[in-house]
Write a protein that binds this ligand. Structure first.
Ligand SMILES: [Zn+2]
Length: 241
């Protein structure tokens, strides 16, 4: 044991732990910061996928539009020729047949016009959807930039706080045996952030298990660093201030 008494060591460890827990809390806050950015990235990714899908649909509709337009032109050509033939008809039977063909071509022309209008409406809807996606993306990108700036600012503040706390640890570390400190660090990382816990009313306040009475008496004498037989945390009897 070094010059510090066991009681001083235990009290120093308890204070050290308070600092360590504050540092843990700040580190947790720090690691939570990028979550907002991750969420924004996910949204952006989804929008980009949507954009690609809409763009593919647009290409498809444009292709259909061109096909319909070509069909309209061919049909118009056929109608013109049929109308010319109709004028030259002398025979009633051939006239009837040619007239029927003209009627069929007219019907087809009207169907094709409906089809073309539908394609135009689809194109319009897709253009609007793409514009909307673009606006959303642009808003998200600005939000991402702002979040990133805020993030680095907050991270800077947290880093400063952590540094200050860690500087404060040194005074307490000097009071504790290296072996005890290593024991504390080991238990703390294995036991949810608590390496040293108070004992009160015969129990370990870390796991709430009863401490054997003889050990509890020894704890009060503070002659050696003792651990809870159940959870292995270092035990100390808090002094009434
Ligand atoms: Zn315990």
């Amino acid at each position: 044991m070094n010059s510090s008494s066991v009681q001083v060591q235990l009290e120093s460890l308890a204070k050290l732990q308070e600092i360590d827990r504050q540092v843990d809390h700040l580190q947790k806050k720090k690691s939570d910061l990028p979550t907002a950015i991750k969420e924004l990235d996910q949204k952006l990714e989804a929008l980009t996928l949507d954009e690609a899908k809409k763009s593919a649909e647009k290409t498809e509709v444009e292709k259909l539009f061109k096909q319909t337009q070509a069909a309209i032109e061919i049909n118009q050509d056929r109608m013109n020729r049929a109308a010319q033939r109709l004028e030259q008809m002398e025979n009633q039977t051939t006239f009837m047949a040619a007239n029927k063909e003209v009627e069929q071509l007219k019907k087809l022309a009207s169907d094709l016009d409906v089809q073309k209008a539908a394609h135009l409406a689809q194109q319009y809807a897709l253009n609007m959807a793409c514009k909307e996606i673009e606006e959303k993306k642009s808003a998200l990108l600005s939000e991402r930039q702002a979040t990133l700036e805020k993030f680095s600012e907050e991270e800077g503040v947290l880093n400063q706080d952590i540094q200050q706390l860690q500087a404060g640890r040194n005074g307490f570390i000097a009071q504790v045996d290296r072996g005890t400190l290593a024991r504390y660090d080991r238990i703390r990382s294995a036991r949810a952030g608590l390496g040293i816990v108070p004992a009160a009313q015969g129990r370990c306040m870390g796991c709430n298990v009863l401490i054997p009475p003889q050990m509890y008496n020894q704890l009060h004498r503070s002659q050696e660093v003792m651990s809870c037989p159940s959870c292995a945390r270092i035990l100390f009897i808090p002094k009434i201030q």
